[in-house]
Design a protein around this ligand. Structure first.
Ligand code: SAM
Ligand code: SF4
Length: 331
């Protein structure tokens, strides 16, 4: 059943939903989770697969055809490939993607490809084992690299994107290795500016290593040529001038792309968030479990999305960091 296109009060058509399937994770990245002491949702608080499917179906009927599965770490949710398969079959879901830390890709790549996931983002912040450990607090680099190789063996999984969070004082040293990595493998490496969504609340404006600064450092090693930006794309992409390899920059802090933002988010416990930095969220699990009809849910979703924030205020005085950190939002 087709419904009217989902739009916000600023005239933006919403076409993309990020669905968090768990708040749990196998890593403890410095820029995301605390080293310990994170309280987990109880199992019953999580949306069930059927509830996620119902909401994604409803959103797809409203023109939200790009679905990205995330977390926490999505692959730690039990039976996750079955959920991916359920969502891939929904009419109107045009693109089903996943963001993962790669730790379980050796085990799951085949099941994910078979389930119908057609785009993969793998997070990887350092290419030296001790520095990977420093950032993720887990000694898992060899395993993540093996997982990537397993995934790369499936032609359907390409193009594979590698996401590296860029932090001043850390990432500069990784750049030569990432340039080699992007040139020697069929992966597009993308640097993401560090955002104030870390549970430890260590973010400072000075800790953001801006995309432009990284690009200048990359160009000292290999010249780049810009590519045309797709509508709603978060990344500015470049290829190396000799045609070997691609690299991208996601610059939410230094070059916010809010004006063009077509995304909403659903947390693991069923809260609808209209911005990464939202202070308010809208509960969908309660109404679902209280017997709301699809039309009731549509009304709640439309009202929430109508109030989607015009832009984030990270660079403004008085910015308030959301109570939730990235792993609890679903990045
Ligand atoms: N666990 C999966 C992973 O790491 O790919 C999926 C969830 S993770 C929250 C999604 C993405 O958000 C990852 O690429 C991660 O690097 C990024 N991220 C987490 N905290 C961030 C922060 N404070 N600033 C920028 N990106 C962040
Ligand atoms: Fe886990 Fe991803 Fe957050 Fe790292 S960024 S702690 S892998 S959820």
């Amino acid at each position: 059943m087709a419904r009217e296109q989902l739009v916000d009060g600023h005239g933006r058509q919403i076409g993309d939903v990020r669905v968090s399937v768990t708040d749990r994770c196998s890593f403890r990245c410095q820029y995301c989770m605390p080293a310990e002491g994170m309280p987990w949702l109880a199992r019953d608080e999580l949306l069930r697969f059927e509830e996620i499917e119902r909401l994604v179906r409803l959103l797809a009927e409203m023109g939200v055809g790009d679905v990205r599965l995330t977390g926490g770490e999505p692959l730690v949710r039990r039976d996750f490939p079955r959920l991916a398969g359920m969502l891939a079959k929904i009419p109107g879901v045009a693109d089903l993607s996943i963001t993962t830390n790669g730790f379980l890709l050796e085990r799951d790549s085949q099941a994910l490809v078979e389930a119908g996931i057609n785009r993969f983002n793998v997070s990887l912040d350092a290419l030296q084992r001790d520095r990977f450990y420093e950032m993720t607090r887990r000694d898992a680099l060899p395993r993540v690299l093996r997982g990537l190789e397993t995934l790369a063996a499936f032609p359907e999984a390409h193009p594979i994107k590698i996401n590296a969070v860029a932090i001043r004082g850390f990432t500069e040293q990784e750049i030569p290795a990432f340039v080699r990595f992007a040139r020697e493998h069929p992966y597009e490496v993308r640097f993401i500016e560090f955002m104030p969504l870390d549970a430890d609340r260590n973010w400072k404006p000075e800790s953001v290593l801006r995309g432009e600064e990284i690009r200048a450092l990359v160009e000292q090693i290999e010249p780049l040529e810009p590519e045309t930006r797709e509508p709603h794309a978060t990344a500015r992409t470049y290829h190396f001038a000799d045609g070997r390899g691609r690299i991208g920059f996601i610059n939410p802090v230094s070059e916010p792309f809010c004006a063009d933002c077509n995304r909403i988010r659903l947390t693991a416990e069923g809260k609808l968030r209209t911005c990464l930095f939202s202070i308010n969220e809208t509960d969908l699990r309660g109404p679902i479990r209280d017997g709301a009809s699809d039309d009731d849910l549509e009304e709640i979703i439309r009202a929430a999305v109508w109030r989607k924030e015009l832009k984030h205020r990270v660079n403004e005085p008085g910015f308030i960091q959301p109570a939730r950190s990235m792993s609890a939002i679903g990045g």
